[in-house]
Design a binder for this molecule. Structure first.
Ligand code: NCD
Length: 303
């Protein structure tokens, strides 16, 4: 029974299998062909302890469209509010025999702890600053569709790297698939030893995105910060906000990504975010539904 807690759980072959299947789902979706009912009779339990628009909705749609049922566990109406622990809550829900649990939690490592206690597959949809493997998979497929490959591309991940589970999962996946990954941000938001992750780090946007095929912008995640990491949002935008002028340092056919939600005028200018010559941000959302179909099929063993 495979859990999906981190990209480290997946081999290059597993990643390719999931991306190929996601690609097939996306092609069918874009042709408005009905999806195969591979999850008929299966029940997925969604446990989201943190806000979500894209991830929770795309998981629900993915499951429904494959003929499965989704139950949304409402944290704010649950016995967690009476002091029940995360593990007791997970054991209780597991006893109702869902086929898989999809979970998002504010604490790094929480989803792995749940996986160690339940008897069904667990899909991590973001745990603190640690990991967001379904986002990295959908980003990998978005890049593959936009650029034809991941291998050999120069990809810059820019902004608040320190607090980003999206950056951590993408670094792992993109490096595994043969991309040259760069991290760009203020020194206070970059890892101290980028070489440990097999990536390069840059503290100016112009240098970091120079000659890149893909530039992935990240949200400044204020809710995860303790202490002060940079000046004002205006200062951040001045140095690290992506504008058309700064984009000229990248390749002319560069693709711009962002996992959302966007802070317009902080990490990205609207002129770029809304220009589909460069921006594939809404394609990432579409790809998210297709990729999560493939992830559900993978953990449920119907792939
Ligand atoms: C990200 C997340 O929740 O980690 N969003 C997402 O899943 N699409 C990124 C973020 O919150 O900035």
């Amino acid at each position: 029974m495979p859990h999906l807690i981190s990209i480290a759980d997946l081999s290059e072959k597993d990643i390719t299998t999931i991306l190929d299947r996601g690609d097939m789902h996306l092609t069918r979706m874009l042709k408005k062909s009905p999806a195969e009912q591979t999850l008929s009779g299966k029940t997925i339990l969604n446990m989201f302890f943190e806000n979500s628009t894209r991830t929770s909705t795309s998981l629900e749609l993915a499951c429904h469209r494959l003929g499965g049922t989704v139950i949304n566990f409402r944290v704010s109406d649950s016995s967690i509010k009476k002091g029940e622990t995360l593990i007791d809550t997970a054991l209780t829900l597991d006893a109702m025999e869902p086929d898989a649990i999809a979970i998002r939690h504010t604490d790094s490592g929480a989803t792995g702890i749940v996986a160690n206690h339940v008897s069904c597959p667990v899909i991590n949809n973001g745990d603190g600053c640690h990991s967001h493997p379904t986002q990295a998979l959908l980003d990998g497929l978005s890049i593959r569709r936009a650029c034809g490959t991941i291998e050999g591309l120069k990809i810059a991940i820019c902004g608040d790297i320190l607090h980003s589970r999206v950056a951590r999962s993408n670094m792992q996946l993109l490096a595994k698939m043969g991309a040259h990954v760069r991290l760009v941000g203020p020194p206070s938001l970059l890892p101290m030893h980028p070489e440990y992750f097999g990536v390069q780090a840059f503290d100016t946007l112009e240098e970091g995105i120079a000659d890149c095929d893909v530039v992935m912008m990240l949200r400044v995640q204020n809710e995860r910060m303790s202490g002060h990491h940079f000046g004002t949002p205006g200062d951040f935008f001045h140095r690290f906000g992506l504008t058309k002028a700064k984009l000229s340092y990248a390749k002319s056919n560069v693709k711009i990504m962002h996992p959302g939600p966007l802070n317009r005028g902080v990490e990205i200018d609207s002129d770029i975010a809304d220009d589909t010559t460069y921006s594939i941000i809404l394609d990432q959302v579409k790809t998210g539904v297709a990729t999560r179909k493939a992830v559900l099929e993978y953990v449920l063993g119907v792939l």
